[in-house]
Design a protein around this ligand. Structure first.
Ligand SMILES: [Zn+2]
Length: 285
């Protein structure tokens, strides 16, 4: 049983263009949000949280993670959105001792997304030639406790994030929570699947993270070099509240985008705001 706290290191893959099939708004540029992968490690072992999407992402994560010289025992996924786990197949090839795991509800959603992509090519269209096929879906992990060099990491089933059935990873010895897309850090928050009621549930999920009183909060989507601070909990909640307020004024997609940019224009990844605004206006119809 080690006594030193576990270490946390975070890799961010920067915002990058992708092949969007959407009709873009005025001034809109199709970029994929910057994404994080977190290494939680002790003296000899480590686990990775989230696997991103493409071969390029997986290779970049592996090159970064190998520098730490830890035996990677598992790759765990926070939620079922494919941009957090489709990279699992190629990433596992870099770490043959590891397995890909997720909470049962996350593994279930990932399996559903894999099937959805077979019929709609949703992901394949956006990243042609860049995705491993067939997809390696994470296995359902039966416990809520992971041991890394004898120290505990807890899986917490918070529920609603930018998708329902989201989990976060709490590292009590280091006062860290790795949040996936329950928390965003200086990046526009995806509302494609979140209406007013789901935003309220999402705000409650963030309260559940705040109740752990973390000193370090790692967001699934974060700007490169943005510090992993607890203030992003309240900032994410404010963004969600502001989105509801601005959306409920009515108006067009452009009105919603511009209203949010007045309040949160410093955030990266405006394309996500456009997608969220189109979905919100479509829900009203
Ligand atoms: Zn995401």
């Amino acid at each position: 049983m080690g006594s030193a706290p576990l270490s946390i290191d975070v890799f961010v893959y920067p915002m990058a263009p992708y092949n969007s099939p959407d009709n873009l708004g005025e001034g809109e540029v199709a970029t994929w949000a910057p994404m994080s992968c977190t290494l939680i490690s002790g003296p000899t072992e480590g686990i990775l949280i989230d696997a991103m999407l493409t071969f390029t992402h997986a290779n970049a994560i592996a090159e970064w993670a190998k520098q730490f010289g830890k035996r990677i025992t598992g790759i765990y996924i926070t939620h079922g959105h494919s941009d957090h786990w489709l990279g699992l197949g190629p990433l596992l090839e870099h770490f043959p001792e590891a397995k890909g795991y997720a909470a049962p509800e996350v593994a279930g959603r990932a399996a559903w997304e894999a099937e959805m992509n077979k019929t709609t090519n949703y992901w394949t269209k956006r990243f042609p030639g860049e995705l491993p096929e067939p997809a390696v879906v994470p296995e359902a992990y039966a416990s809520d406790e992971i041991l890394v060099d004898g120290q505990v990491v807890n899986i917490i089933h918070v529920g609603q994030g930018d998708v329902e059935g989201s989990t976060v990873f709490h590292v009590p010895s280091a006062d860290v929570v790795v949040c996936g897309d329950v928390v965003y850090n200086n990046v526009h928050m995806m509302q494609f699947e979140a209406d007013d009621a789901k935003r309220e549930a999402w705000i409650a999920s963030i309260d559940a993270v705040a109740a752990l009183n973390p000193k370090i909060v790692v967001a699934g989507h974060k700007s490169v070099d943005a510090p992993d601070l607890p203030k992003h909990l309240a900032a994410s909640q404010q963004y969600l509240r502001d989105f509801t307020t601005v959306a409920n004024r009515g108006g067009t997609v452009e009105d919603l985008v511009h209203g949010m940019l007045e309040l949160h224009g410093e955030r990266d990844q405006q394309h996500t705001l456009w997608i969220s605004a189109r979905a919100e206006v479509a829900r009203r119809a």
